[in-house]
Design a protein around this ligand. Structure first.
Ligand SMILES: CC(C)(COP(=O)(O)OP(=O)(O)OC[C@H]1O[C@@H](n2cnc3c(N)ncnc32)[C@H](O)[C@@H]1OP(=O)(O)O)[C@@H](O)C(=O)NCCC(=O)NCCS
Length: 301
């Protein structure tokens, strides 16, 4: 993708995603049009310039497919993948995916992503290419009352906003819980040049961290995550504290289905499920030693 392609890619993400959901009897994901999807190219290009591959129709010059990827020290993560609905089922996404898996193979790194569990087109695209589904997430949203949430977990008061001094401890915790390293992402969130990121940490024992959480307050994608924590109580305290910040809004977040304590608490607060996602990994993977909540921006798994 060149800079000149960015508006066409934002439009493609919008058309392709809305079309898929509407054809399957659901509401459009981006009802506001391409202005809501420019966030993907903006964030991804700021993080990893030049890491978006596009497919072009050689006759018309039109962009018919796009996919972002993020090389990190331990893995490559794969961002949003789209094919224009007029070209569906012709191998466009498979070709884009092969470009990225070939890159990862040269780097000898696993590839990680989150894909919808109700979208068999994308689920199958990845499993046919050798990805293995690893963890299931409930996509939940919560309408946060204008005067805030009641009963914040006691631990929420111990959390504080992150600074760049926390990057090393954030990295150590994610390495321990998920076996991956992506300090570049943490710096980007904490520096917050785009103005819509928030990062909080929960102090742990011996100067380390028990958890950390990121959220996007962007009008096109108000989403909480990624979050990494040693245990469910810490993840819940960080999540509820973050939700309480978005008063009068309805943030989206992905909770691992096995985190039943979190899920039960979130239901009592009125959270609703809207979809299911699954983390998929091609190559080596270690089971999570704690809680890991992914997001769509940037995708992690
Ligand atoms: C998901 C999406 C990207 C697929 O794009 P596409 O260009 O139509 O996909 P392809 O034609 O390359 O087909 C993908 C692969 O899945 C396989 N496949 C599709 N449905 C399948 C099924 N039900 N069972 C088994 N395999 C299936 C195809 O055979 C193909 O594999 P192959 O190349 O080895 O034959 C496209 O539907 C899309 O943009 N959807 C909306 C946005 C979205 O959901 N993005 C993904 C989430 S980030």
């Amino acid at each position: 993708m060149t800079d000149a392609d960015r508006p066409a890619v934002a439009e493609l993400i919008c058309i392709s995603t809305n079309d898929w959901y509407q054809r399957h009897g659901r509401s459009p994901v981006f009802p506001g049009g391409p202005s809501a999807t420019t966030i993907f190219a903006d964030v991804y290009e700021a993080l990893d310039p030049g890491c978006c591959v596009v497919a072009e129709d050689l006759t018309t010059g039109r962009i018919i497919g796009s996919c972002f990827y993020h090389p990190r020290p331990t893995h490559v993560s794969l961002g949003i993948m789209n094919t224009h609905p007029d070209c569906a089922g012709k191998g466009v996404a498979s070709a884009l995916l092969r470009f990225i898996t070939d890159f990862a193979d040269r780097e000898r790194k696993p590839v990680r992503l989150v894909s919808s569990a109700i979208n068999l087109d994308s689920f199958s695209l990845y499993t046919r290419a050798g990805f293995v589904p690893r963890c299931l997430y409930q996509d939940m949203w919560l309408a946060v009352p204008a005067d805030g949430l009641n009963n914040l977990p006691a631990d929420a008061a111990r959390a504080r906003d992150a600074t760049l001094h926390d990057v090393a401890a954030m990295m150590a915790l994610e390495m321990e819980v998920a076996g991956i390293c992506r300090d570049k992402d943490y710096r980007y969130f904490i520096e917050n040049r785009a103005g819509f990121w928030r990062v909080a940490v929960m102090p742990g024992a011996a100067g380390g961290l028990a958890g950390w959480i990121v959220s996007s307050g962007h009008s096109g994608l108000n989403m909480i995550g990624p979050c990494v924590a040693r245990d469910e109580a810490t993840a819940l305290a960080l999540l509820v504290r973050e939700l309480d910040h978005y008063r009068g809004r309805s943030p989206l977040f992905l909770v691992p289905v096995e985190c039943s304590v979190m899920v039960r608490d979130l239901y009592t607060r009125g959270a609703r499920n809207c979809e299911l996602h699954v983390s998929q990994v091609r190559g080596s993977w270690q089971p999570f030693r704690g809680v890991s909540m992914p997001t769509f921006l940037p995708e992690t798994a």
